[in-house]
Design a protein. Sequence first.
Length: 167
Amino acid sequence: MPVPGASVVIAGLSVAGVPTDRFAFEGFVPARSVARRAFFAQVAGEARTIVCFEAGRRLAASLVDLAAVMPERAVVIGREVTKFYEDFVRGRAAALAAGAADLVARGEVTLFIAPAETAAPSMSEDDVRVEVARRRAAGEPLKAIARAVAKASGWSARDVYRLGIER
């Protein structure tokens, strides 16, 4: 049963299973491979879900280019969204590209590209506090400590700095 709606983007987002709190509609994916890869590289770091259209005949080539830029990104392919033969295929870009020959796509195709996953901090708050205290005892300035610890820990420099002044 198709998802009703006037907009393929909104109807597709409602069932795609990707984050919907923030999204960006990017129109059609470029037709040529070089331009496609540049397009995917441009949106790779996006913190929003990317929604774009692709021609069914170019879907396999587009998935290959997408997987070359961001192989582990979660992607949902919506085919004929809001129509009777609506279909969704979900997976990581690399896996979808590997099976792209099996994906028969005629007509309208909508790609829903999940946002970049942010890495969890590699250090706990206590570990960050200990490292900041150790470096302060060694005489390093707090601003330099914040930058260095942020880079090593996955924390933001602002949060490390805040912990450093709290004591």
